[in-house]
Ligand binder design. Structure first.
Ligand code: NAP
Length: 296
């Protein structure tokens, strides 16, 4: 019997564990993939208060070490089900079953796919969802980043240090990335821009070698030679396993307020899997603290 089980070792989950452990609670975190979640794949973070610049992995490692030092346990396994009971909850993973007085779901989100027919086949063969993980493979090559948000522009800036040419393709001419990031990207001489453009087809075998692009204003098509494609078109919340317990909105995010409390006593949600106006490192940290306070 634990005081708290946290599902997901991203920023929200680790922060919740940090606060709960500091309040003297016994805490177990489940993580199915990598410690740190999304921030661990972010090349550089420059908007966390008090830290001028830090790599995402360094930030995640620091947070992980901080919770380990407080005695928090980690189980590398996927939680498939939560069974709420009267005064505790069962947490069922692919191999084990635990009980806990409280559970925080902090499962975050995963990259959205373009939905093109050969996308899965070419993933790892030129198509990537993580510049930090795969950027080095494209040293002195030509790559495309698709998307117009903070992730796309951060990745384009990172890739511009390795690749010979980075082309940002966005379906509109208005970007949602922060102005400061846009300015940094626009100052790079090897970043090029294609607005009002969508990718219609991935070409190449066994690896990606070109894209068929279409201009959404003129409907003109072109064949665009490329070595790599980095997809950064937003995130899909990982809420599937728990949507019977906690209501979700039309995009799949948990419809739970800032207090992170669900209608089931002892069950909470935190971080990017929750419906919210802004998904940032700062708001993930805030959710972790709020959820932990609610648990306490
Ligand atoms: P996002 O802000 O939701 O942006 C997604 C981008 O992809 C938008 O430009 C969107 O275009 C485009 N898009 C969506 N579906 C598409 C499709 N099917 N085909 C082509 N383009 C498509 O996602 P994000 O950039 O991953 O950011 C997620 C959250 O993390 C945001 O809150 C962001 O601020 C935060 N974040 C912050 C930082 C930072 O502060 N340094 C870094 C990374 C992420 P439309 O605009 O036309 O919809």
């Amino acid at each position: 019997m634990k005081d708290l089980i946290v599902i997901g070792a991203g920023t929200a989950g680790l922060t919740a564990a940090l606060y709960a452990a500091r309040a003297g609670k016994s805490v177990l975190i489940f993580e199915k993939e990598g410690i740190g979640g999304q921030i661990a794949t972010t090349p550089i973070v420059e908007n966390y208060p008090g830290i001028q610049s830090i790599s995402g992995i360094e930030f995640a490692d620091g947070l992980y070490e901080q919770v380990l030092a407080l005695g928090v346990e980690l189980e590398v396994d996927e939680v498939l089900k939560i069974e709420p009971q009267k005064d505790h909850h069962k947490v069922i993973s692919s191999t084990k079953e635990y009980v806990s007085k409280a559970v925080i779901i902090a499962t975050g989100s995963k990259p959205r796919l373009l939905g093109l027919s050969r996308e899965q086949e070419l993933t790892g063969r030129g198509v990537s969802y993580c510049a930090l993980c795969d950027g080095l493979f494209f040293k002195k090559k030509s790559v495309v980043v698709v998307g117009g948000g903070n992730t796309a522009i951060t990745e384009a800036i990172y890739l511009s240090t390795y690749a010979e040419k980075v082309t940002v393709i966005h379906r509109r001419d208005v970007f949602t990335a922060d102005l400061n990031l846009m300015k940094q990207a626009q100052e790079k001489s090897n970043i090029f821009w294609k607005h009002n453009t969508v990718i219609k087809e991935l070409i190449g075998a066994p690896s990606l070698s070109a894209l068929t692009l279409e201009n959404t204003k003129t409907q003109e098509s072109e064949n665009f030679s490329v070595d790599g494609l980095f997809v950064a078109i937003g995130q899909i919340p990982q809420t599937e396993y728990f949507k019977d317990l906690v209501p979700i909105d039309s995009e799949g995010f948990f419809e739970i307020g800032e207090d992170c409390q669900t209608l089931i006593p002892g069950l909470f949600v935190a971080g990017d899997c929750r419906k919210k106006a802004m998904r940032q490192l700062t708001t993930a940290v805030a959710d972790g603290a709020n959820a932990s306070k609610a648990v306490y």
